[in-house]
Design a binder for this molecule. Structure first.
Ligand SMILES: CC(C)(COP(=O)(O)OP(=O)(O)OC[C@H]1O[C@@H](n2cnc3c(N)ncnc32)[C@H](O)[C@@H]1OP(=O)(O)O)[C@@H](O)C(=O)NCCC(=O)NCCS
Length: 134
């Protein structure tokens, strides 16, 4: 199985919706509101993809200045492809694209709480959030 990784600047929002729906993140992202999804893709600063013969099977969507901070907002891997190293590679490439001066920060979905420490990330205790209002 050969997975092709790339930084993509014009990901098709329909492909993004599709891969979200092929993992548990689909229930936690606004897949029923395509115009909001389109703004998420449009406004992202870094999108790293994993494709199997053209088909999107993994994505890491981040907001970053490529200098100081990178907020990894959505990491999704098609259920049929999970535990094959794709998530780890998407994060590695995200960090690589941002450079060593950049901190990578994320909010874990319930299904991935044990994943991030497993791949070497440190838990932070100083995170705060205003929940979205709608
Ligand atoms: C969480 C997710 C991104 C992981 O991607 P993945 O490609 O399946 O993971 P990898 O193959 O890179 O896994 C790397 C290691 O973590 C382990 N791992 C994978 N998923 C795990 C999980 N949910 N909990 C704990 N460990 C996990 C793997 O077994 C592997 O271990 P090893 O290196 O000892 O063999 C993916 O399962 C997913 O999309 N889940 C649903 C959506 C989600 O929760 N996304 C995160 C939102 S913030």
């Amino acid at each position: 199985l050969t997975i092709a990784y790339a930084v993509e600047s014009d990901l098709d929002p329909a492909d993004f919706i599709d891969v979200l729906q092929r993992c548990s993140l689909g229930a936690r992202r606004p897949v029923g509101r395509p115009e909001q999804i389109a703004r998420m893709v449009q406004g992202a600063s870094l999108v790293v993809t994993a494709r199997d013969t053209g088909r999107l099977v993994g994505v890491a969507r981040s907001l970053t200045d490529f200098s100081f901070a990178c907020y990894l907002s959505d990491l999704a891997v098609d259920e049929a492809y999970q535990r094959g190293g794709i998530g780890r590679e998407l994060i590695r490439r995200t960090r690589d694209a941002c450079g060593p001066e950049c901190t990578l920060i994320l909010r874990a979905a319930p299904a991935s709480i044990d994943y991030y420490p497993h791949i070497g990330m440190k838990r932070i205790e100083n995170g705060f959030v205003f929940d979205r209002q709608k």
